[in-house]
Design a binder for this molecule. Structure first.
Ligand SMILES: [Zn+2]
Ligand SMILES: [Zn+2]
Length: 114
């Protein structure tokens, strides 16, 4: 079990280094005091800082290039000197935004809205 887990980590190390670099850049872009990647949503509790649960969010309307995802997206961002219009969001915030245009932490406020 241990060995299998280790092997998985080693084979993913290279991709994670790139991911870490890209996410650290965009996190620090909006939060200069950040020392590690975290969700850029201001109301995300925590905020989420597990790299596995973070995604790159396209702040603008998607263009053809934005069909990239995962490692090819990280490569694209790095090779293009980290263009504007991207931010780091956790899956919750990103998914919530995609569904209702707002982060899921705001849904609760809506429901309790009295
Ligand atoms: Zn979040
Ligand atoms: Zn959020």
């Amino acid at each position: 079990m241990m060995i299998r887990r280790l092997r998985k980590i080693v084979s993913r190390k290279k991709d994670n280094a790139l991911k870490d670099e890209v996410f650290t850049y965009y996190t620090a872009f909006y939060d200069p005091s950040a020392k590690e990647p975290h969700c850029n949503c201001k109301i995300c509790p925590g905020p989420e800082n597990n790299l596995e649960l973070l995604t790159i969010d396209h702040k603008r309307k998607r263009t053809k290039k934005d069909n990239l995802s995962g490692t090819s997206l990280y490569k694209y961002l790095k090779e293009n000197d980290y263009p504007d219009g991207y931010q780091v969001l956790c899956f919750n915030c990103n998914f919530g935004k995609g569904l209702y245009g707002r982060c899921p932490h705001l849904w609760k406020d809506n429901r309790n809205g009295s």
